[in-house]
Design a protein around this ligand. Structure first.
Ligand SMILES: Nc1ncnc2c1ncn2[C@@H]1O[C@H](COP(=O)(O)OP(=O)(O)OP(=O)(O)O)[C@@H](O)[C@H]1O
Length: 258
């Protein structure tokens, strides 16, 4: 089967006033159907740049990116992108916010509404359809943002620090809910996070980048017993501490060498 994400020889340089800064250099990566991978690394190693390139918001200086074999040439509803901020419109109800993606692509119909209502219920938001964002907690608003993204049935979901602004307890609950929802739908996802334990708890592979220039330093496979456990319990699995320690040490080295 064709990988969902194929990145070949991607280099990206941001042009400054006097010189270009190399954010990513000659990066190759594939992500298979149904995989949930995380990208971690020291600040400035190119994590957000990489997601922006996969999403089509940014064109790489050189190299190629394809989603399900189709070259990425710009933003497309095939790729959902969820950020730290929920970007809900305060004047629209929760339901109207949740169907926005479908509305914008002209594909909002009765089936789309029914699917969105089901997703809201799956996310524990039944009964909140007519509320407004200001009446919801931060964790609830992030769940609405996720419903809005998933309702459009993206072939790939990109998550840039979606839980980082939340309280620790809410964050753990949401990690569980999101990873269960994605697993049951077979959605392929790439998560950028600063939280190493979150990366290990939700993914099948952790991609460690190094900076100056941004490159893949090492890819860690998450052992099955951690991968198959719900994120809340993944942290209690015997191999969790060891893997955390290994990635942490490698990340320290990467930070020191750059
Ligand atoms: N718009 C831009 N113009 C110029 N340089 C940029 C721009 N955006 C990012 N950079 C530079 O590119 C490099 C990678 O940035 P990027 O934001 O992708 O890293 P990151 O790993 O996501 O960082 P952080 O963990 O701090 O969010 C950094 O050196 C950054 O300063």
């Amino acid at each position: 089967m064709l990988p969902v994400v194929q990145i070949k020889g991607v280099t990206h340089a941001y042009l400054g006033d006097h010189e270009a800064s190399l954010a990513l250099e000659d990066l190759d990566l594939t992500v298979e159907q149904g995989e949930f991978v995380s990208v971690v690394g020291p600040s400035g190693c190119g994590k957000t740049t990489l997601l922006s390139i996969i999403s089509g918001l940014l064109r790489p200086t050189t190299g190629e990116v394809a989603v399900n074999g189709v070259p990425v040439t710009g933003p497309s509803p095939r790729v959902g992108y969820m950020l730290q901020q929920d970007y809900l419109f305060p004047w629209r109800s929760i339901m109207d916010n949740a169907v926005l993606g479908l509305e914008l692509t002209g594909s909002l119909d009765t089936a789309g509404r029914a699917k969105t209502l089901q997703l809201l219920a799956d996310m524990g938001l039944a009964g909140k359809e007519n509320a407004y964002p200001s009446q919801l907690s931060g964790g609830m608003r992030q769940r609405v943002a996720l419903v809005r993204t998933l309702a459009a049935d993206p072939e790939l979901l990109l998550l840039d620090e979606p839980f980082s602004a939340l309280d620790y307890q809410i964050k753990l609950q949401l990690e569980d809910l999101v990873s269960e929802t994605l697993r049951s739908r077979g959605t392929t996802a790439v998560l950028v996070t600063h939280d190493l334990s979150e990366a290990i708890a939700v993914s099948s592979r952790v991609i460690l980048l190094q900076r100056n220039p941004g490159k893949i330093r090492r890819i860690f496979n998450v052992p099955e017993e951690i991968r198959l456990a719900p994120p809340l319990y993944a942290r209690d699995q015997p191999g969790f501490g060891l893997l955390f320690h290994q990635i942490w040490q490698e990340m320290e080295l990467a930070g020191r060498e750059s």
